[in-house]
Design a protein around this ligand. Structure first.
Ligand code: PMP
Length: 385
């Protein structure tokens, strides 16, 4: 037999998966590892999907998705984030934010184009860049800068070959956010260089301490920005596989070309459910956000009290705890924590080499679950005193 694609052969398996496969072989493990809401999808949203199927609304939709849904998305983004997109030409429904990440790279890149990514950052970006023939150029984010993208670092990373950059705020895994003032610093650089920015805003609704901000709110670069969002996190709909991408009409046309051949259209029942989520689901979003906030406060306060130095994350449902003082690598720390106390977290370097020295802890779990995990973590830390 002939060999498979060299690009695929060279892709590393996700560091998150590798760790969970290990945790799953053990009994009594408490996980703080998973990156999805523990809540069930609100029932009125499920009911709408059931009703759509009972009514026989079970066919393909338009390639871009139901116009009715695109109109709801346009309205939501305009009202909540002051992002204004035309539902007919600037919105494409995708199979989760995940498909949108892949499409954006395939639509933008020629072989050899450089794409700036953050280190650490979400695990799906680099594979998407490589699969589209691009070259990753990392910018190192630091705890000292609250894991924000700084203008000087961006300037240094841009070359003649730079086609795009991928950012994700609120950020998985760091919980970092960028404010409007932070973005203002980098807008002139983006405008002058003409690069595209793929802005993965899937955690937009999980911004806790300040208003959510986006580069697409700056008119001067608006057409260079591709906004990715979706229903997985805000509405607890990970399994429905529905996301979307907002971009100028030329880009949306290019994205749709790929999408129409590879996917055709996103799941129809999921699209009807999403209409209901947007029309009547915002109270659910608020309730879940309040609960995440309680959990964040409990977790971060407990970790700091027991000596595990943890910056306060301003968004998402992750904390990025600083384990550098313990003298173990992230992998060693997580392995020991798992073996000794049966608590599963994710080593920070699963998100890039500069995640080394940190561990990602998810609080998409009940308060009781988090409390029990904290008892075990505190016990684990005693050996370092
Ligand atoms: N972007 C980020 C930053 C994520 O954390 C995730 C899910 N872990 C996704 C995109 C993909 O989400 P989905 O495909 O479920 O919309």
């Amino acid at each position: 037999m002939k060999e498979i694609s060299k690009t695929v052969e060279a892709l590393k398996p996700s560091g998150i998966r590798r760790f969970f496969d290990l945790a799953n072989t053990m009994e009594g493990v408490i996980s703080l590892g998973v990156g999805e809401p523990d809540f069930s999808t609100p029932w009125h949203v499920c009911e709408e999907a059931i009703q759509s199927m009972a009514d026989g609304r079970t066919h393909y939709t338009a390639n871009k998705g139901l116009l009715e849904l695109r109109e709801e998305i346009a309205k939501f983004h305009s009202e909540h984030y002051n992002q204004n997109y035309d539902p007919k030409t600037e919105i494409l429904l995708t199979v989760g934010g995940s498909e949108a990440i892949d499409l954006s790279m395939r639509a933008l890149l020629n072989p050899g184009d450089e794409v700036i990514v953050m280190d650490p950052n979400y695990v799906a970006y680099e594979p998407a860049i490589r699969l589209a023939g691009g070259v990753c150029v990392p910018i190192v984010l630091t705890r000292e800068n609250e894991f924000k993208l700084k203008a000087d670092d961006l300037k240094k990373a841009i070359t003649d070959k730079t086609k795009a950059m991928i950012i994700n705020y609120p950020s998985n895994p760091t919980g970092g956010v960028m404010t409007e003032a932070d973005y203002r610093e980098i807008v002139p650089i983006i405008q002058e260089s003409g690069i595209y920015v793929v802005s993965d805003e899937i955690y937009a609704e999980l911004s806790f301490d300040q208003a959510f901000a986006s580069l697409s709110q700056f008119e001067e670069v608006r057409d260079q920005i591709l906004v990715i969002n979706g229903f997985s996190k805000a509405y607890a709909m990970t399994g429905w596989r529905l996301g979307y991408i907002l971009a100028n009409p030329t880009i949306t046309k290019a994205l749709t070309k790929i999408h129409q051949y590879v996917i055709m259209s996103a799941s129809t029942p999921a699209q009807y459910a999403a209409i209901e989520a947007l029309r009547n689901g915002y109270d659910d979003v608020i309730l879940m956000r309040e609960e995440y906030l309680n959990r964040r406060n409990l977790l971060v306060n407990s970790l700091n009290r027991m000596g595990l130095n943890t910056p306060m994350p301003h968004g998402t449902f992750y904390v990025f705890a600083d384990i550098r003082p313990y003298g173990l690598s992230s992998e060693e720390f997580c392995n020991e924590l798992l073996n000794q106390e049966k608590v599963a977290c994710v080593p920070g370097d699963a998100f890039g080499p500069h995640g080394q020295g940190f561990i990602r802890i998810s609080y998409a779990y009940s308060l009781n679950h988090i409390k029990e995990a904290c008892v075990r973590i505190e016990h684990f830390l005693q050996q370092f005193k």
